[in-house]
Design a binder for this molecule. Structure first.
Ligand code: SAM
Length: 270
């Protein structure tokens, strides 16, 4: 059983290192960590937390992120964003990148891959026959190595891929068992998966045309969220589009982005 002071230690570690506010998640933290500690033979939570804190790159630090992040996602989630991509964001981005044919899209909390794979299919659909002459690879990042491994394998249950149009299922997935489908290489090759902590300085050399940052800032305190959005603004092309979760909101006085419609923002066009 995790004590109050152990819980506070975990809350402060997760907030300091990953921006995640777990202060109201006592049951979730207890449930997930108590299981983990028992399975891995720790005598106490303090013994485990000492290992986590003293070795930031170690297995224990990786495990606590894998255990305490919430990774719920699904194909075609908030599909109005993909309609907006087709109709508005991609025509703009295609015109903007016409000289280089280098379209840069970042999915900043990609979880188990459903979101960036959906984006890649939207892109291939939009570009059609022209696609082979463009670089439209989607950078998909997350802090959890567990979900990134899942995403890179690209294996999903039959019911997971159900929301996809049938032509996409046929074109981009192969059945590998009675219940499972796997993304084909033609789709996998459109993604680059990397571990990245959104609290770290953004290391990108080139600016993005489109950023998806959906359903992750709900875990961050308000101040952290607005600071992150400002940093993202700086790594976007003028005119670039930012998508956040449809149940999320930003304080317009605290950001430079222009409001386009609920959950869609745009950097001032240069
Ligand atoms: C609920 S999922 C959202 C997935 C997807 N964007 C969607 O909308 O369906 C939130 C993801 O954010 C990731 N995450 C949380 N804190 C993070 C951080 N500091 N840096 C990067 N990813 C983080 C979690 O690991 C999790 O996979």
């Amino acid at each position: 059983m995790i004590t109050d002071s152990e819980f506070q230690r975990i809350v402060s570690y997760m907030h300091k290192n990953y921006g995640i506010d777990l202060s109201q998640k006592r049951v979730l933290v207890g449930g997930r960590l108590e299981n983990y500690l028992a399975r891995n033979g720790y005598a106490s939570c303090a013994e485990y937390m000492a290992k986590v804190e003293n070795n930031p790159g170690g297995a224990e630090a990786t495990d606590i992120v894998n255990a305490l992040t919430t990774n719920h996602t699904y194909f075609m989630r908030e599909s109005e964003h993909f309609d907006f991509m087709q109709k508005t964001a991609l025509p703009w981005a295609k015109a903007r990148a016409a000289a280089t044919k280098d379209l840069r899209i970042w999915c900043g909390a990609s979880s188990t891959g459903e979101e960036p794979y959906t984006l890649a299919m939207v892109l291939m659909d939009y570009f059609g026959l022209e696609h082979s002459s463009w670089d439209t690879k989607v950078l998909a990042t997350d802090i959890s190595t567990r979900v990134l491994e899942h995403a890179a394998r690209g294996i999903y249950l039959k019911e997971d891929i159900d929301p996809l149009p049938s032509k996409w299922k046929q074109r981009y997935f192969k059945q590998i068992s009675a219940e499972e489908y796997q993304a084909k290489d033609v789709l996998k090759n459109e993604l680059i998966f990397r571990q990245f902590n959104l609290m770290n300085p953004l290391p990108f050399r080139k600016k993005f045309h489109i950023v998806f940052l959906r359903n992750v800032m709900i875990y961050f305190p308000n101040e952290t969220k607005h600071q992150l959005v400002q940093r993202i603004y700086d790594c976007m092309e003028p005119g670039g589009y930012l998508f956040i979760g449809t149940t999320e909101s930003l304080d317009r006085h605290k950001i430079n982005f222009q409001y386009v419609q609920p959950s869609i923002y745009r950097k001032q066009e240069g």
